[in-house]
Design a protein. Structure first.
Length: 430
């Protein structure tokens, strides 16, 4: 309703009220006139005085004077509202309105998710139905004294995770270099594998743009496939032993890092994976943009891998909210710091900037793990409780691998492979 229409409506209502009051006054004068008002004669008992009766009658007639009660003046100060109070009220109303809209959106999102899950369950009945009990719902109040967090046991978690971290790095590093070596040998490019690098003859006339891109891309691509297969298929479905699961998680993270993190470090130092965008003649803007995107994806992988690390605790008390971040620090952050230090010391005096930077980019995985306070593992540790001990078998494997890596590859291994893929098809007429 616009302003002109609203004003005309008010005028019509005022005019109609005036006409109604005039009609009422006319009929009142017509039937009442100047007649005396009807007297009220109360019964005050046989002993009542005539004067008292007249006074009572006069008080209850229409002509009796009404008692005048003075209205209290409205205080002008009470109606005055300061600008600060108005702004405070506005902010409170705005906050309530935002909270209300937020709850509405949250409810709608929950309803859509529930409808989507119900639709998928028509075809896959077991969709989003976990076979394990959530440990946050399990009653934790009656924990025995043996299950409570002990400060000394944190050292065992850190040592085991550090051992597994270094083993995972050595395995992924060797697979990375062997993949590059095999792909390069397809073009008869000889190479020498050292503990710090895979050396090629850079002045060979056999190099061209195609085999440079294929050779330097093969290692990161295989590492990425290893990370996807282990993190998405092997870890959540197959592995149950906690140390083996931790090894698979670290291998998957190293695999992701040798692709996503290696791109950023390769672009920075113009080595390794950095040869791919260089020989694709990629602009500097796109190099920086892709590096930032890959590092962001690496952070997301670390954030959502926190429940996997919590599943390696097998301790109901360590995954509670007060102890969760502390456990992740001793299981993830501290082993990463100790592990890269040991690897750096093993490669002295031939530490390559590219490899060292690849170890440092793991911080984009480790740091988000500590910020995921809502991470919840899908295991009932009350039934899968296992003791926490130092894994001597993995320690022995680590010592053997480090000796073979440092001493065996000190002078380098020369690889010269020749292979050819032949596909033939013969069609013989009948």
């Amino acid at each position: 309703m616009d302003r002109s229409h609203r004003d005309s409506h008010r005028r019509s209502r005022k005019k109609g009220g005036r006409i109604f009051r005039r009609l009422k006054r006319f009929f009142k004068q017509l039937f009442v006139g100047d007649s005396a008002p009807k007297e009220y004669r109360p019964y005050l008992g046989p002993s009542a005085d005539q004067k008292e009766i007249e006074e009572k009658t006069y008080e209850n007639t229409r002509v009796s004077p009404k008692k005048y009660t003075r209205r209290k003046p409205k205080s002008t100060d009470a109606n005055k509202v300061s600008l600060g109070d108005r702004w405070t009220r506005y902010l409170e109303k705005r906050k309530k309105r935002k909270h209300k809209n937020k709850m509405k959106r949250k409810y709608r999102k929950k309803q859509r998710r529930r409808a989507r899950i119900e639709f998928i369950r028509r075809f896959i009945p077991q969709y989003k139905k976990s076979e394990f009990v959530n440990p946050e719902i399990t009653q934790i109040e009656n924990i025995d004294e043996k299950e409570k967090v002990k400060p000394r046991s944190n050292l065992v978690y850190t040592v085991n995770s550090t051992i597994v971290f270094i083993i995972a790095y050595l395995l992924v590093y060797i697979i990375y270099q062997l993949t590059v070596l095999v792909v390069a040998s397809h073009w008869k490019l000889d190479s020498v594998l050292f503990y710090y690098d895979l050396a090629f003859n850079d002045y060979s006339p056999l190099w061209n743009r195609m085999n440079i891109i294929a050779t330097t891309l093969s290692g990161p691509l295989v590492s990425l496939l290893i990370g996807i297969i282990l993190m998405r298929l092997v870890v959540p479905r197959i592995v149950e032993h906690k140390t083996t699961k931790l090894l698979m998680i670290w291998i998957a993270i190293h695999g992701y890092n040798f692709f996503l993190g290696a791109f950023a470090t390769g672009v920075s130092f113009d080595e390794g994976f950095g040869y791919v965008p260089a020989w694709l003649f990629m602009n500097t803007f796109w190099k920086i943009l892709l590096s930032m995107i890959f590092l962001f994806i690496l952070g997301l992988i670390g954030y959502y891998s926190a429940p996997r690390f919590l599943e390696t605790s097998y301790s109901l008390s360590r995954i509670r909210q007060p102890n969760k971040i502390k456990f992740l620090f001793f299981q993830v952050a501290l082993p990463w710091l100790i592990g890269i230090t040991i690897i750096f010391l093993v490669k002295i005096p031939n530490n390559m900037n590219y490899d060292t930077a690849n170890l440092i980019t793991l911080v984009f995985v480790v740091a988000p793990v500590l910020f995921n306070r809502n991470a919840k593992p899908q295991k009932d540790f009350k039934s899968l409780k296992k003791p926490n001990r130092l894994k001597w078998v993995y320690l022995a494997v680590l010592i053997i691998l480090l000796l073979a890596f440092r001493i065996g590859l000190n002078d380098g291994l020369h690889f010269k492979l020749f292979y050819k893929f032949i596909f033939s098809l013969e069609v013989i007429p009948l």
